[in-house]
Write a protein that binds this ligand. Structure first.
Ligand code: USQ
Length: 396
C-alpha cells in the first residue's frame, strides 16, 4: 500500500513509519515538526538523542534499503497544499497522528488551550474535507484516545465505540445505537472527542472509510525497527507536560528522583506498549470498513493499572522511593476501569504485558541517557484550574 503518515515524526508516528516501511509499504511522512518546536518552547529535549527527520530517513535507507519520503506540511494551516498532495500522491491509506497530544500542555495557559483546539480540530477537518475532494477511497486510520470516555466503566466494560440504548417514546421503548458518551478530562481529550463527531459526519455523508483507534497510555521506547540503528531511536519524553506516567516513573527511578504519584494514585488507566501500538495500527489497516459503513472504533489498549500500583512495581524493581504529590489535574482520585479490546485480539494481537524484563529495559535506556535529564523539568506544573495551581508543591 501507499501510506501517508501524518505526524510521522512523533513518538508513535516514527516507529509506525518504520514498521510499515519494513513490511514493504510505500511510506510518506507529512509533518510540520511542531513537536520539535514545542521542545524548544518548553526548553526540554527528548531523553534519547533524536536526529532530524531527514537524517532519520537517510539512516533507514542505509539500514533497510527502503525509502521513507518526508514532506514538510502543516495540516492545520495549509489546506490547499494538502488537497493537492493527496490528489497527486493518491495514498491507499492515511494514518492521522498530526495532533497536539499532551493533556498538561493543553491546560498550561489559555494560549495553549486555543492552540490545541485550533491545531487539532483544523487538522482533522482539513484532512476530511481534502479527502472528499482528492482521496475519497483512501482508508483513514486516526489515533484517538481512551481518555474521551473519562475513565470510568461504571462496573461494565467500556465497549468499542458504540452503545445500544433504549429510549422511551410515546410508542413504547425504542432501541438506538449511539457513540459511547464522551467525558473528556482535558482540552486535549476534548479535541479527540470533537474528532469523533467529525468522523461520524464524514462517514455518513460522504462514505469515507474511517477507523478510530482509542489508544491507552503508551509506555516503552523501542520497537524492532528502532533497535536496528542508534540513530533510528524513538523519542522519549520525561518532562511534566509530555512525559507519560509509566515512562516518567522509569526515568525517575533511573536518576534517583522520588516517583511522582499525583494524589493517592488511585487513578486507573489503560496501557499499551509501543511495539503493540504499531502492530495494532497495521492490523487496523488490514481491516478497513467499506464505504457507507459506520466509523470502525477499536479500543487500542492491552491492560489496565492503577497509578499507585505502577509506582509500587517500579519501586520494587529499582529501589526508588514513592512520593504522593498534590494533583495538578482535576480528575477522579480513584476509579475503576474495565475495557473491551476483543477486536484486536480477534485480529491476532498478542499483547506485550508489563513484564519486569521490559521495565528494566526502559530503565537501562533511561540510565544510558541520564546525563541528558534536566531534573528541574521533571515536576508536572501545568494545573487544570487556577485554584489547583496555588496548591502545587513544585519541589518534590
Ligand atoms: N500521573 C501521575 N504522575 C505523573 C504523571 C501522571 O500520577 O508523574 C497520573 C495523572 O494524574 C493521570 C495518569 O497518571 O491520572 C495518566 O497521566 P499520563 O500523563 O500518563 O496520561 P494522559 O495525560 O492521560 O495522556 C497520555 C498521552 C495522550 C494519550 C493518553 C491516553 O499523553 O496522548 O491520548 O495518554 S489515555 O490516558 O488513555 O487517554
Amino acid at each position: 500500500m501507499r501510506i501517508a503518515i501524518l505526524g510521522g515524526d512523533g513518538f508513535v508516528g516514527w516507529p509506525t513509519a518504520l514498521h510499515l516501511s519494513n513490511a514493504g509499504h510505500e511510506v510518506h511522512i507529512l509533518d510540520n515538526l511542531s513537536r520539535r518546536w514545542i521542545d524548544t518552547e518548553l526548553g526540554v529535549q527528548s531523553l534519547t538523542p533524536m536526529d532530524s527527520i531527514q537524517e532519520r530517513c537517510r539512516i533507514w535507507k542505509q539500514t533497510s534499503g527502503e525509502t521513507i519520503h518526508f514532506h514538510l506540511l502543516d495540516l492545520a494551516k495549509e489546506y490547499e497544499r494538502l488537497k493537492q498532495w493527496l490528489a497527486e500522491t493518491k495514498p491507499d491509506a492515511i494514518i492521522h497522528f498530526a495532533e497536539q497530544r499532551a493533556a498538561p500542555y493543553s491546560m498550561k495557559t489559555d494560549r495553549h488551550k486555543v492552540y490545541t483546539v485550533n491545531n487539532n480540530t483544523n487538522a482533522t477537518h482539513n484532512l476530511l474535507a481534502a479527502m472528499v475532494e482528492s482521496a475519497p477511497g483512501a482508508h483513514l486510520v486516526h489515533l484517538g484516545t481512551m481518555g474521551v470516555y473519562g475513565y470510568s466503566s461504571v462496573g461494565a466494560p467500556i465497549p468499542e465505540g458504540y452503545l445500544d440504548v433504549q429510549i422511551d417514546t410515546p410508542n413504547g421503548p425504542k432501541e438506538q445505537e449511539i457513540l459511547y458518551p464522551t467525558r473528556p478530562g482535558s482540552i486535549y481529550h476534548m479535541t479527540k472527542s470533537l474528532d469523533q463527531i467529525l468522523f461520524q459526519f464524514y462517514a455518513q455523508n460522504d462514505g469515507l472509510r474511517i477507523t478510530d483507534l482509542h489508544q491507552g497510555i503508551v509506555w516503552g521506547t523501542h520497537t524492532d525497527q528502532t533497535r536496528k540503528h542508534e540513530q533510528l531511536i524513538n523519542r522519549f519524553d520525561y518532562d511534566g507536560d509530555y512525559g507519560t506516567v509509566l515512562n516518567r516513573f522509569l526515568i525517575q527511578a533511573a536518576i534517583g528522583y522520588p516517583l511522582t504519584v499525583h494524589g493517592t494514585g488511585g487513578q486507573t488507566r489503560a496501557f499499551i506498549h509501543i511495539q503493540d501500538s504499531v502492530r495494532c495500527i497495521e492490523l487496523a489497516l488490514g481491516d478497513a470498513p467499506a464505504s457507507g459503513d459506520r466509523v470502525k472504533i477499536f479500543n487500542q489498549m492491552t491492560e489496565t493499572h492503577r497509578v499507585r500500583d505502577l509506582a509500587d512495581l517500579v519501586a520494587k524493581l529499582t529501589g526508588a522511593k514513592v512520593k504522593n504529590l498534590p494533583n495538578p489535574r482535576k480528575e477522579a482520585p480513584e476509579n475503576d476501569l474495565i475495557v473491551d479490546n476483543d477486536q484486536f485480539l480477534a485480529l491476532g494481537l498478542n499483547p506485550t504485558t508489563l513484564a519486569e524484563g521490559l521495565l528494566s529495559e526502559v530503565v537501562d535506556v533511561a540510565k544510558k541517557y541520564a546525563h541528558r535529564i534536566d531534573r528541574s523539568r521533571v515536576p508536572a506544573v501545568s494545573a487544570w484550574t487556577k485554584d489547583i495551581a496555588k496548591t502545587l508543591d513544585r519541589d518534590p
